[in-house]
Design a protein around this ligand. Structure first.
Ligand code: UD1
Length: 325
């Protein structure tokens, strides 16, 4: 029995791979290394360089490695890029996911876990967002993810496949053992950018919008430590293997931090002010996105261990120092 991790050389996938091998699972990572990094993959996993949408390759891997479950991280995630290149996003996220699901069904994989996103929700829906909140994916990125959710729902109804969709809120932080972290040189995420600014790797951090209807005028997000997110996947995998029905879960803590609060946390960690530049809102950014994590806690028994912005920021800074040093 082994687990197929697509995108396992990327930020979240590489943490997942370590968590799986740490508990003795056999793991085959499939990654095209377009944004992933070979050096982030645990040496205890088998790394195959290839395309998650290559049905013949995926079927061969499933048969050769005795895969019983797939965890699908591979995909493109930069929202503005998806607006500029929608067809590329549908090809890379939706079309390839379709091929992967097909290969899993044909080769007899029983369980599938999919990385989805909080941006499938209507940003105007009341916060915190439960899984049944209104959907209104406004970017091609979010739509490409919601379409994959729908394909999985339909495929699970028609075939011997059970799945879990995990809708991530804002994932941040790094492996406490320092083995992997957020490594994309083009990362746009706040905590990554703040860590880069803290270490002088970018001249300043932009604050995108100071006039939001929030407590200090800046955007509020539910930052979840990547370690807690990975734990949610392990619980989902165990539940599916134990016969749990297909479900969808939010992954977030249920409270948020503003951009200014994140900056203050970074400043506390480094002991000096961060170079910041206040600017206009970034197109498409909602004021606030907060999860209601009640369902995953009640159903899977998920108990966050690292619900602490200081710890998230410290681990992100530690990784940033190590990664580029
Ligand atoms: C985005 C996507 C989300 C996706 C996630 C991972 C949107 C609305 N959401 O989350 O679907 O799953 O990335 O790819 O696009 N900010 C700054 N300065 C910066 C960077 C960010 O002020 O340099 C602010 C943003 O305006 C926002 C907050 O920080 O208020 C978080 O932004 P970011 O880390 O980019 O994540 P999201 O945009 O929330």
């Amino acid at each position: 029995m082994s687990v197929l991790v697509t995108g396992g050389a990327g930020y979240i996938g590489s943490h997942m791979t370590y968590a799986l091998v740490d508990r003795g699972e056999k793991v085959v990572v499939l990654d095209d290394l377009s944004t992933g990094n070979r050096s982030l993959v645990s040496e205890q996993a088998s790394l195959v360089e290839g395309d998650a949408g290559d049905e013949a390759l995926v079927r061969r891997l499933i048969e050769e490695h005795g895969v019983d479950a797939a965890i699908h991280f591979a995909g493109s995630i930069v929202v503005p890029d998806s607006v500029a290149h929608p067809l590329g996003y549908y090809a890379n996220n939706t079309v390839k996911s379709r091929a992967l699901i097909e290969a899993c069904v044909q080769a007899g994989v029983k369980h599938f876990i999919f990385s989805s996103t909080a941006t499938v929700y209507d940003a105007d829906a009341p916060q915190p967002l439960g899984e049944d909140a209104a959907k209104n994916p406004i970017s091609p990125y979010a739509r490409s993810k919601l379409m994959t959710e729908w394909m999985l729902e339909d495929a699970s109804r028609a075939h011997d496949l059970s799945h879990m969709v995990l809708r991530y809120f804002n994932v941040a932080g790094a492996d406490p053992k320092g083995r992997t972290g957020q490594s994309s040189p083009r990362a746009t995420h706040l905590i990554k950018r703040a860590a880069q600014a803290a270490l002088g790797r970018v001249p300043h951090l932009d604050i995108f919008g100071t006039d939001y209807p929030t407590r200090d005028g800046t955007g509020v997000r539910d930052y979840i430590h990547v370690g807690d997110l990975v734990d949610a996947h392990l619980l989902a995998l165990d539940a599916l293997r134990a016969g749990a029905p297909s479900s969808t879960f939010n992954c977030g803590y249920g409270h948020g931090a503003s951009v200014r609060e994140v900056i203050a946390t970074v400043e506390k960690a480094i002991g000096r002010p961060l170079p910041v530049r206040e600017g206009p809102r970034r197109a498409g950014d909602p004021p606030e996105l907060i999860a209601d994590p009640g369902r995953i806690k009640a159903t899977l028994g998920w108990q966050p261990q690292r619900d602490d912005l200081d710890e998230i920021v410290r681990s992100a800074l530690a990784w940033e120092r190590r990664f580029n040093s």
